[in-house]
Write a protein that binds this ligand. Structure first.
Ligand SMILES: Nc1nc2c(c(=O)[nH]1)N[C@H]1C(S)=C(S)[C@@H](COP(=O)(O)O)O[C@H]1N2
Ligand SMILES: [Mo]
Length: 311
């Protein structure tokens, strides 16, 4: 179990103080208090691209790292926190495959060389009806895609999570829908224009801390206008393909999970209403916003599409 020390349980206030210290150049002190695995974060001049909405409040570090969905480590929300201590996020490399000029294996450092890590505060909305506001750090996936030079017939991307049953106890169980365990490896997909949208990020950290294992270390996707399961963790392959790729949840249960999975209060999950959500840390449910509140930025991607048919 990865213990979270009390000094790592960061309140919003402390976070902003940290930012101040980062600016003041006291990075040495910071890196000694956060048990770092690698060092993409502490030396950054953080920038905020998105301001918090008036009624949004950041979830704290403890909430974000103890209430997770990462079935590779088990199905309960606390399992990823409890069972991910043996996972080794370093060294890490990512396979680049398919309809792209620069196929090959890239180690993480090479993949993000020359890329600035930015601060992005995004809401993550789960299909089960809960949500959090998370200060991610990462960079637009589009920066990587441009460097890799996709061929003109690459219309979609598929992402794949690492398969390491020795380090991920949930992967040891055989696939069996009745028990709810998924087929491994976990895969996800995006249409090329969704992947190129500046809001779509690859994240390497949050709250000024490298990603913990339970959040998808060392590299995970975040697509803030889609349900959380599109945000695939611990990515080891990115595949450029012509046809809509398979995605784990839509393969397992296509009636309940579509390829698009845009947050949409008007389209219910067959077993749950999607009209409201519970922000972790709050009791009263709040209305869910179309595209999770990012409609102004992303609705043009779906002009003319029937979002009830393409859920
Ligand atoms: N590989 C993998 N990625 C995954 C999942 C998973 O089980 N396996 N769960 C998804 C779901 S359902 C959600 S809601 C988010 C949760 O991300 P968080 O734990 O960092 O908040 O991760 C997504 N990515
Ligand atoms: Mo989720």
């Amino acid at each position: 179990m990865k213990k979270i020390k009390s000094y790592e349980i960061t309140s919003e206030k402390l976070y902003f103080n940290r930012r101040f210290f980062i600016k003041a150049g006291l990075t040495g002190i910071l890196s000694s208090i956060s048990s770092k695995l690698y060092s993409f974060h502490n030396n950054e001049e953080y920038r905020f691209n998105y301001k918090l909405k008036v009624n949004d409040k950041l979830n704290d570090f403890n909430e974000i790292t103890t209430y997770n969905n990462f079935y590779e480590f088990g199905m309960d929300k606390s399992d990823p926190y409890k069972n991910s201590g043996n996972f080794k996020p370093l060294p890490w490399s990512v396979k680049i495959e398919g309809l792209v000029e620069k196929e090959g294996v890239l180690n993480l450092e090479d993949l993000i060389k020359d890329i600035t890590i930015e601060d992005r505060i995004y809401r993550l909305r789960c299909v089960e009806g809960w949500s959090m506001v998370i200060p991610w750090q990462g960079f637009s996936l589009s920066k990587i895609i441009k460097k890799l030079k996709p061929l003109s017939n690459a219309k979609y991307l598929q992402f794949e999570t690492v398969y390491r049953p020795e380090e991920m106890p949930g992967q040891k169980k055989l696939f069996n829908t009745l028990r709810g365990i998924l087929p491994w490896p976990y895969v996800e997909g995006l249409r090329m224009d969704e992947a190129m949208h500046p809001l779509t990020i690859l994240s390497t950290g949050l709250y000024g801390h490298d990603l913990l294992n339970q959040n998808g270390a060392p590299l995970r996707l975040v697509v803030p206008w889609k349900y959380g399961f599109k945000s695939i963790k611990s990515i080891v392959a990115i595949r450029f393909v012509e046809k809509e790729p398979s995605a784990t949840w839509s393969t397992v249960n296509p009636r309940e999970y579509g390829f698009y999975s845009n947050v949409n209060p008007n389209v219910d999950h067959p077993r749950w209403s999607q009209a409201t959500e519970r922000r972790i840390g709050e009791f009263k449910r709040r209305p869910t916003e179309m595209f999770n509140g990012y409609g102004e930025e992303v609705s043009h991607l779906y002009n003319g599409m029937d979002l009830i048919k393409y859920y």
